[in-house]
Design a binder for this molecule. Structure first.
Ligand code: HBI
Length: 96
């Protein structure tokens, strides 16, 4: 059973994941990405998909053309867990 983030870890989120924002009404974090075109967005999604499989932790996401919106939460924990932080950091590393 994976645990929800404790208060200390939550306080660190703003510093550790500056590009991500809390989701209104949910214990989750989200970030929107914009790319040059759909091909770039799709390539990014393909790389995120590989990260998700590797971490066995999957995003909730939305794509339209060059936009990719990603929301992270842990269903098994009923909210944010360390798995969300790890995946968000890995996604941010894709941006170089
Ligand atoms: N991804 N975001 C997210 N949250 C989960 O709880 C989760 C997942 N991917 C796989 C997964 N859980 C499974 O390992 C469990 O449902 C068994």
């Amino acid at each position: 059973m994976v645990e929800r983030l404790d208060a200390e870890a939550r306080a660190a989120l703003a510093r550790e994941l500056p590009g991500w924002s809390p989701v209104e009404g949910r214990d989750a974090i989200a970030r929107s990405f914009r790319f040059a075109d759909f091909g770039e967005a799709w390539g990014f999604m393909a790389r995120v998909a590989l990260l998700a499989e590797k971490q066995d932790h999957h995003p909730e996401w939305f794509n339209v053309w060059n936009r990719v919106d990603i929301t992270l939460t842990t269903h098994d924990a009923g909210g944010l867990s360390a798995r969300d932080v790890a995946l968000a950091k890995a996604i941010d590393r894709l941006l170089g």
